[in-house]
Design a protein. Structure first.
Length: 131
């Protein structure tokens, strides 16, 4: 078994106690470059010890990450790249507000028929047939 890469050890030590329900995701399923030993028993044991869940999909099957990748891209374009933040806390608060106040409630989504989530939910409730 190969030793755990130093980069992984450093990342894990920084995350201990700071993040709950952490998911470590890879690119293209099991190809987690630069971590060729991503699926090793040692890394799996280490991740379990620290409460980190591996996210491993099938190779060339990125569908499980599509929604997250889309959200992250949208946040970067519409929120992060439009301004400079003075502190990390300022960035965190703006990103939180963007997601919770704007993206999840008011922003129009093509997947919802070009309605906002609030409009879509109201439409679905109005169209719901009582049982």
């Amino acid at each position: 078994m190969l030793p755990l890469p130093e980069m992984v050890k450093r990342c894990l030590s920084r995350m201990i106690g700071k993040l709950s329900r952490t998911v470590l995701g890879g690119r293209r399923g099991s190809d987690f470059s630069p971590l060729p030993d991503y699926k090793s028993l040692l890394l799996g044991r280490t991740m379990r010890r620290y409460g980190i869940t591996p996210s491993i999909g099938a190779i060339a099957s990125p569908g499980d990450n599509a929604v997250t990748e889309s959200l992250m891209s949208t946040i970067k374009v519409e929120c992060i790249h439009r301004r400079t933040f003075k502190t990390r806390d300022d960035a965190r608060m703006d990103i939180f507000d963007y997601i919770e106040v704007f993206y999840n409630k008011m922003r129009i989504h093509s997947a919802l028929g070009n309605l906002s989530p609030t409009e879509y939910e109201a439409k679905m409730q109005k169209e719901a047939v009582p049982a």
